[in-house]
Ligand binder design. Structure first.
Ligand code: ADP
Ligand code: MG
Length: 289
């Protein structure tokens, strides 16, 4: 792979490329190497992408996967990350139907929000938060991965493995065609992941396509109207979903979550993006006391 790293095993195939576990030949340190694939007919790595990626090297926080280095050579881009043992999706799978401890849910979610708040303070959006992009190390630290790549390379439509990118964590405004420029998109995704953790890995809104996704959201949270979401009909891809659903009791969707947790979740999963809590306000919610 390179003179500096000994490639060990493939650990993931993601949206932008392949991830390998590797060892630094000089220091013996274990890292994760991400080979970013660029289009065949491309002129190599766009300079805008390189600029974005290099900014991420400065984004240092315990709850963000550390980007140690960016290696750029003959049209190839390799990102050198700190290594984490597993991602949250694999963690869910390893539960094997067992319930996730609600204190672990709280700890993971707090770490998720801390990482997110830090990024948002630095004007970096994630835009593709999902369990596969949350890494967990041996010490029980949760770290956001894949940050900033959406801005560097564009919002993914398909994964490299030609799997369709999941819609499960996308907010209704984005599903209605809103442009993804706002921190509120990540807050929605975080809320979905919070509920999924509280339910030991069962996704909250596992839609099959955009319409199914929206239908599932409105079935639980109630249909959007001009009263609860002024201007909703003006979104480029808005369509009304009849018949009208009232807002359901969210606690029934997360039976193991305590009442403070439900109260927090309700404030994250708000269809109108301007009324959604911010990640830093979420951190000061009494659920975390
Ligand atoms: P993509 O942008 O292509 O989705 P990711 O960074 O999400 O790539 O990586 C794909 C998968 O590889 C992740 O879901 C995770 O399982 C694994 N992975 C990524 N980065 C690391 C890392 N630093 N340590 C351990 N595993 C990782
Ligand atoms: Mg990913």
């Amino acid at each position: 792979m390179s003179a500096k790293f000994e490639r060990l095993e493939k650990i993931g195939e993601g949206t932008y490329g392949t991830v390998y576990k590797a060892r630094n030949r000089d220091t013996q340190a274990i890292v994760a190497l991400k080979r970013v694939r660029l289009d065949e007919d491309d002129e190599g790595v766009p300079s805008s992408a390189l600029r974005e990626i290099c900014l991420l090297k400065e984004l240092r926080h315990v709850n963000i996967v550390r980007l140690h280095d960016v290696l750029h050579s003959d049209k190839k881009l390799t990102l050198v990350f700190e290594f984490c043992e597993q991602d949250l999706k694999k963690y869910f799978d390893s539960l094997n139907g067992e319930a996730m401890d609600q204190n672990t849910v709280k700890s993971f979610f707090k770490q998720l929000l801390r990482g997110l708040a830090f990024c948002h303070e630095h004007n970096v959006l994630h835009r593709d938060l999902k369990p596969q992009n949350l890494l967990i190390n041996k010490a029980g630290e949760l770290k956001l991965a894949d940050f900033g790549l959406a801005r560097a390379f564009g919002i993914p439509v398909r994964c490299y493995s030609s799997e369709v990118v999941t819609l499960w964590y996308r907010p209704p405004d984005v599903l209605f065609g809103a442009k993804i420029y706002n921190t509120s998109i990540d807050v929605w995704s975080a809320g979905c992941i919070f509920a999924e953790m509280a339910n030991s890995g069962r996704p909250l809104f596992p839609g099959n396509d955009v319409d199914d996704q929206l239908r599932r959201i409105f079935k639980l949270l109630g249909s959007p109207t001009d009263e609860n979401w002024p201007g909703v009909a003006k979104f480029p891809e808005f369509k009304p979903f009849g018949p009208f659903n009232p807002c359901n009791d969210i606690s029934s969707a997360v039976p193991k979550l305590n009442s403070k947790g439900v109260d927090l979740l309700v404030q994250l999963l708000v269809c109108n993006p301007s009324l959604r809590l911010s990640s830093s306000d979420a951190l000061s919610h009494s659920y975390f006391d």
